[in-house]
Design a protein around this ligand. Structure first.
Ligand code: FCB
Length: 558
C-alpha cells in the first residue's frame, strides 16, 4: 500500500544528504537508467476548448478554468453572520468556538474589485463565489440595498473583464436570525429573530421559504449578468459539521443523539430548500446573460471523498469493512444527488429511497464536484450510529486511519491525505451513476505553504480530469480552491489554500507558484507536456516541511 521510492521522491530525499553523496546517488540513478531504458517520450499537451455552458448538450466539450471562494471566508467583519457570533470570543459576547475569530477574514469585501485583477492576471475565465445572505438580509425581510449594490459592482467588474460569474447561494453560512447559535434550544419557538433552523417542525418550512425568497431576489437583481447558480455547497458535509457534530454554527450535534429523528429532518429541509431555490432561480432569472441558450443553469456542489475499507490501520478486504466503506460512500458521495434526481429521500438510510419530497425530482442542471481527501472507513465498531461504521476524519483515529499512498500526500494543516487519483475515481463514479448530468469540478485544492505543492495539485487535478474526460465523462471545468488564503471555518486561519497568499498584517496578496502555473495554463489554454513533467504524475510531491518528521501530518497514528 505504501508506495515509496519513486525517482522524484528519491531525488528529493537526496537533497537532505551531503552534496557529494547526493551527486553520486543521482549519477548512479541516471547511468543505471540510461543503460536499461531509453528516455520516455515527452508527455503530450492537454489543450482546452473555450469555456461553455455548464448545462445542456451544447456545453459538452467546453472547459472552464477558474477559481473559487466563499463570502464568509473572505469578507470583512460582518456581525450579522452566524460565524461571527459563533467564533467571537466569549469575553466579547460570542461563543468563542473554532480555532480563530473570523474577524475581517481576508478583507475580501473591501478589496473585492481590486481582487478581480488577480483572476485577470491568471487569465481565468470564470470565478465562483458566494453572496453573503446575512449581508443582503441582516434582519428577516429587511434588505440592505448597499450590500446588493456591492455585489452589483463586483459582477460588473467580472463581466467587464470577461470572467463568467458562478454564484453560490448558500455556502456554509446563515444570517443569525435563521438559526441563532446562541439560542439553539429555541425556547418559545420560532420568531423573526430566530427561525430555529432546518429540521425544526415549524421553523424548517420558514427557512425554506426564506431561502427561496433570497434566491428570487438575487436572480431578479443579478440574472442579467449571471447564468450559473449553485444553490448549496457540500450539503452533506455542511450538515454533518453544523447539525451532526456541531463544529460549525449553529453547533447542533444530532449524531450524538437521534440520527434518524434529528439529522434526517435537517437533510430533508435542506434538500427542500434546494428545490425551492432551484424553482425560484429559474423563474426570476429570465435573461440569457452569456447568450449560450440558458438563462439560469442551476446546480449544486457535492463533497466527495476517496473512501477506502480499513481495519487496524491497514487497508482491508474484510467484507464488513468493504460494506462499511460502501455505506459511507453512499451517504457521503451519493445520497444527496440520488435524492434530488429521484425526488425521494431514504429516510432510514438503508439504501432504498422511500419518502417523496415535493418539487425536488430532477431539480439539477449540473453537478459540482469537490474533492480533497482519501480516508479509511471501518465496520469494526460503529462510531456513527445506524450506519454502523467508523471513518477516519478530523484526526479521530479508531483504527480506520490508514497510511497514505505516499507520505508527501499528507496535508498536515487539515490532518488528511490528498491523493490526486481520487478525483478521477470520483468523476468516473459520478459520471457512470448519473449519465447525462454534466459535471464540473467546482473545488479542489490543498492547504500548503509551499508553492510547488500547489502547482503540483493544480497540474495533477487537471491530469486526472483529463483521464476521466478521455473515458467520455462530461467534465466542463476546474475551479481551484481558493483564489487567496482565507478563513478555513472551524480550522481558522492556519490552513493556507490560496493561489495567492495573504499577509494578514497588510492584507497584501502575493502570487504563489500555483498561481503562476495555473496562469500559464489558462492563458495558453493548454497544460503543456513541460508543465506535466515538472509538476504532474502520481508520484511523490514536494514535501510540506511540517510533515518532515514522518506521518503525523495525516490523521491517525498507525
Ligand atoms: C470545502 C469548502 C470550502 C473550503 C474547502 C477547503 O469543504 O467548500 O469552503 O473550506 O473545503
Amino acid at each position: 500500500m505504501h508506495a515509496r521510492g519513486t525517482r522524484a521522491h528519491d531525488a528529493r530525499r537526496a537533497r537532505g544528504l551531503p552534496a557529494l553523496a547526493a551527486l553520486a546517488l543521482a549519477a548512479a540513478a541516471c547511468s543505471s537508467e540510461e543503460a536499461v531504458a531509453p528516455a520516455p517520450p515527452p508527455l503530450p499537451d492537454i489543450a482546452y476548448a473555450g469555456p461553455g455552458p455548464l448545462a445542456g448538450a451544447s456545453g459538452a466539450g467546453g472547459f472552464r478554468l477558474g477559481a473559487a471562494s466563499a463570502a464568509t471566508q473572505i469578507e470583512d467583519r460582518n456581525p450579522t453572520t452566524d460565524w461571527y457570533v459563533f467564533t467571537l470570543p466569549r469575553a466579547e459576547g460570542g461563543l468563542g468556538r473554532g480555532a480563530d475569530f473570523v474577524g475581517d477574514a481576508s478583507r475580501g469585501f473591501s478589496k473585492a474589485i481590486e481582487d478581480v485583477a488577480l483572476l485577470q492576471e491568471m487569465g481565468l475565465d470564470s470565478y465562483r463565489f458566494s453572496v453573503e445572505w446575512a449581508r443582503v438580509e441582516p434582519q428577516r425581510d429587511v434588505i440592505d440595498e448597499e450590500a446588493l449594490a456591492h455585489y452589483d459592482r463586483l459582477l460588473d467588474a467580472l463581466v467587464a473583464a470577461g470572467i463568467r460569474p458562478v454564484i453560490t447561494l448558500h455556502h456554509f453560512s446563515n444570517p443569525v436570525w435563521v438559526d441563532d447559535p446562541r439560542r439553539t434550544d429555541c425556547a418559545g419557538g420560532p420568531g423573526d429573530d430566530n427561525l430555529c433552523g432546518l429540521g425544526h417542525p415549524e421553523g424548517g418550512p420558514l427557512v425554506i421559504e426564506e431561502m427561496a425568497e433570497h434566491a428570487a431576489l438575487l436572480a431578479a437583481r443579478f440574472g442579467d449578468r449571471v447564468d450559473d447558480w449553485g444553490t448549496l455547497n457540500e450539503p452533506f458535509n455542511y450538515l454533518l459539521a453544523a447539525y451532526g457534530v456541531g463544529v460549525f454554527p449553529p453547533g447542533k450535534a444530532a449524531l450524538l443523539g437521534d440520527l434518524l429523528g434529528e439529522f434526517v429532518p435537517v437533510l430533508r429541509d435542506y434538500l427542500l430548500a434546494h428545490a425551492a431555490a432551484y424553482r425560484a432561480l429559474k423563474e426570476a432569472d429570465a435573461v440569457d446573460a452569456d447568450r449560450d441558450g440558458g438563462a439560469a443553469d442551476v446546480g449544486l456542489s457535492l463533497s466527495v471523498g476517496e473512501w477506502v475499507p480499513a481495519r487496524s490501520h491497514r487497508v482491508s478486504d474484510d467484507p464488513e469493512d468493504v460494506a462499511a466503506r460502501d455505506r459511507m460512500a453512499y451517504v457521503y458521495n451519493h445520497l444527496v444527488v440520488d435524492t434530488v434526481l429521484s425526488g425521494r429521500l431514504d429516510v432510514d438510510l438503508d439504501g432504498a429511497p422511500d419518502v417523496e419530497l415535493p418539487g425536488l425530482r430532477g431539480a439539477l442542471d449540473w453537478l459540482g464536484v469537490q474533492y480533497y481527501f482519501r480516508a479509511g472507513v471501518t465496520g469494526d465498531g460503529g462510531l456513527v450510529p445506524v450506519l454502523n461504521l467508523t471513518p477516519c476524519v478530523n484526526g479521530l483515529d479508531f483504527g480506520a486511519c490508514v497510511p497514505p499512498v505516499d507520505e508527501t500526500f499528507c496535508v498536515p494543516a487539515m490532518r488528511y491525505e490528498h491523493h490526486a487519483p481520487g478525483l478521477y475515481g470520483a468523476l468516473a463514479d459520478l459520471g457512470a451513476r448519473y449519465p447525462g448530468l454534466p459535471l464540473v469540478v467546482t473545488e479542489s485544492g490543498i492547504a500548503t505553504r509551499v508553492g510547488e505543492r500547489r502547482a503540483e495539485v493544480v497540474v495533477r487535478a487537471l491530469e486526472q480530469i483529463e483521464r476521466a474526460r478521455g473515458e467520455g465523462v462530461d467534465v466542463r471545468g476546474y475551479y481551484h480552491w481558493s483564489l487567496y488564503d482565507n478563513f478555513e471555518w472551524a480550522e481558522g486561519f492556519a490552513p493556507r489554500f490560496g493561489l495567492y497568499t495573504v499577509d494578514y498584517g497588510t492584507y497584501e496578496r502575493t502570487a504563489t507558484k500555483g498561481a503562476e502555473v495555473l496562469g500559464e495554463i489558462a492563458r495558453g489554454r493548454a497544460l503543456t507536456g513541460a508543465l506535466r513533467a515538472a509538476y504532474g504524475g502520481e508520484g511523490a510531491m514536494t514535501p510540506e516541511p511540517e510533515a518532515a518528521e514522518g506521518f503525523e501530518g495525516c490523521s491517525g497514528t498507525w
